[in-house]
Ligand binder design. Sequence first.
Ligand SMILES: [Mg+2]
Length: 320
Amino acid sequence: MPLDEFSLIETFFRRPTAPAAGVLAGIGDDCALLDGGAAGVLAVTTDTLVADIHFPARASAFDIGQRALRVNLSDLAAMAAVPRWFLLALTLPAADEDWLRAFSAGLFAVADAHGCALVGGDTTRGPLAVTITALGAVPANVALRRSGASAGDQVFVTGALGGAAAALADMTQTGACSAADTTLNARYWYPEPRLREGVALRGIASAAIDISDGLVADLGHVARASGVAAELELEKLPLCGAALARFGSDQTRDWALGGGDDYELCFTVPTSRLAALETAVRAGRLRALPVGRLVSGTGVHARDGAGRSLALTRTGYRHF
Ligand SMILES: [Mg+2]
């Protein structure tokens, strides 16, 4: 007999453990009631992943489940928030128990790794889509915003770029649901939400964003929100080694700039806080790879190694 919505939730999503800390009302009511307590501010984000648009529909359900939560937690990382709770809205073509078992195992593997509890959601029938709403705690006044940067700030990223787009290109070429190269595959399917890094940047970064759409687009959001321009030094861009080896530097650089799905943080630091950043880096709290700086003006611009200006496009760059 097919599972109805309530037995589906009971079987696969209600956990036998006691309610997580701070959950005044979890699964089973119209709303979850959550006590932020001394933690203060709740950061709330939601993202929908649609099959064959955001991920290959035939991919492993475990991978789909765990990646859906990772990309949502990445948004919490960008605000320097600590994950606490999440809600899941699942649209399914059918209540396939094997698929659901694997999906929920993937989902909870990431949830447990980050101490993040499922507190509610919805299930409907339709083309496969996964919507997650994640809630995180961050003390008042230390949340990182896109709007806090100023001209003169240095721009950094937390890791190498271009690998996720390279994996996607590999999967598109081969028709497979995973990239043959395990490093590339991990860059797409298992992006590490930079939560530890986000917290380490409290009081240091003037602005931050996670790189979901490519460095140019996402740094562009910071520049616009902060009323400044960004200048990237293309020679400094940290490029994913596995993507470089497989696809070469021009293609990998284009993917770093415009490919997306890398989920590293891009953040800005005023000159006065560079020493504090260096201390955090030395203490192993994060990687900070310099990629450019903010200047007055608008938009995102780039220079090559010889100092020549390059025109950036959404998908890469063009020489003038
Ligand atoms: Mg984001």
